[in-house]
Design a protein around this ligand. Sequence first.
Ligand code: ADP
Ligand code: ASP
Ligand code: MG
Length: 449
Amino acid sequence: MSVVMKFGGTSVADAAAFENVARIIANERDDEPIVIVSAMSGVTDSLLAATNIASLENVFERHRAVARELLDSSRAAAFIDRLHEAADQLAALFVQNPAKHKSLQDTVVSFGETLSSTLLAEVLNQKGIRARQVDARRCIITDEEYTNAAPLMPETFAHSKSELIPALESGVVPVLGGFIGSTKQGATTTLGRGGSDYTAALIGAALGVREIQIWTDVTGVLTADPRVVPEAQTVERLSYGEAAELAYFGAKVLHPKTIQPAIENSIPVRICNSRAPHEPGTLVGPETETSPRTVKAIAHKTGVTTVQISSARMLGAYGFLRALFEVFDRHRTVVDVVTTSEVSVSLSLDDASALPAIVAELEQLGTVRIEKGRAIVCVVGEGLRGTPGIAARVFSTISDINVTLISQGASSINFTFAIEEERVNEAVTRLHEEFFGHKKAHKAQNREQ
Ligand code: ADP
Ligand code: ASP
Ligand code: MG
């Protein structure tokens, strides 16, 4: 049974990184790997920001440099021809002003993954590993929601199988760009930023692989975002539920949609470090073991807006909540956390772009209060389910910070709340110290024994 190996942008940042990835793939050769790769780091951002071909010179140069360093002269020349073709196609797209058309923007941005996957397949062949670039747009078939497309599952499963099984059967390693797909009519789409993880999960589910591996620049899912808490530690095992909550509430290491296809097909997901390939990383699976530490990890996300709607009309009336959520539906705005009291509903939004129109409609239902610049903090662990006092520990640790929108998800494995954005790093650091600090962890473990 094969494995899916997905490499993120930092894993293919330069020639040394490509070489390292080739070594990692070579070690898994007996497992029939299917490789998914992101654009080289920073390339997606450059493509999105570019308005003309000149501004992409650095992007082309980085690809050229890898080809010159790792490929023999005829392979390098063939790849550099591909770069020229890409430059011509992109130049033609810029004339049509992709900033104004989401579908053109997706086509522009798809070059990042198309080029990195073409290059990686060449590097593998150069190293004696038979590989072939497979256009992911022939596998991942989506709706027409450009920039954030949803896969059409039956089509995606059928196309992925027919594209990939013959390659696997002939002993060739298929290499696909992540993140990109196409509509049934063949127009290029993308799955949303960070979407290569999702591609890996979709391909893994379609082919019923043994394991989906996400290779990145940290050793697995850590107890908190390492950019905020440098001493965060690897969590060895997570249940699907725990991983899904962490990803949803800001742990960027996994795209939020990655877990669903894995759960539905009972495929374990392993998160590994391409810079330290022998470290075991994190294994995500069906197990719901509670670790000695009740809290497994803390996630957070910033840039959140909270909305509170208060109305006496809500009291004992039906239909109110439906009317309220229909407003968000109409404006295609995703609601994250929701809490209610007798006379008010509070909720949080990641994407506030439709907010003015939403508020205008909500005001017909009640008094509306908006708070921007909020952050969501989410404490996650299967052990939260049966452990009293977590909320008290959270609140006493950050007692000087005003907490709103407190919610314990229906699964009872997360405890979520909103605070002001400016204090989120401080709050996460203090909570991490409380739940994972050396002395505390020691004491907690002794208590369990
Ligand atoms: P890739 O390019 O490989 O997809 P990403 O940048 O998307 O990598 O995700 C990895 C990054 O996620 C890490 O470098 C880290 O900064 C960030 N991150 C945030 N929260 C966590 C967490 N809880 N555990 C691990 N990494 C996290
Ligand atoms: N290259 C895309 C991005 O930067 C997708 C990914 O890396 O997962 O968002
Ligand atoms: Mg990512």
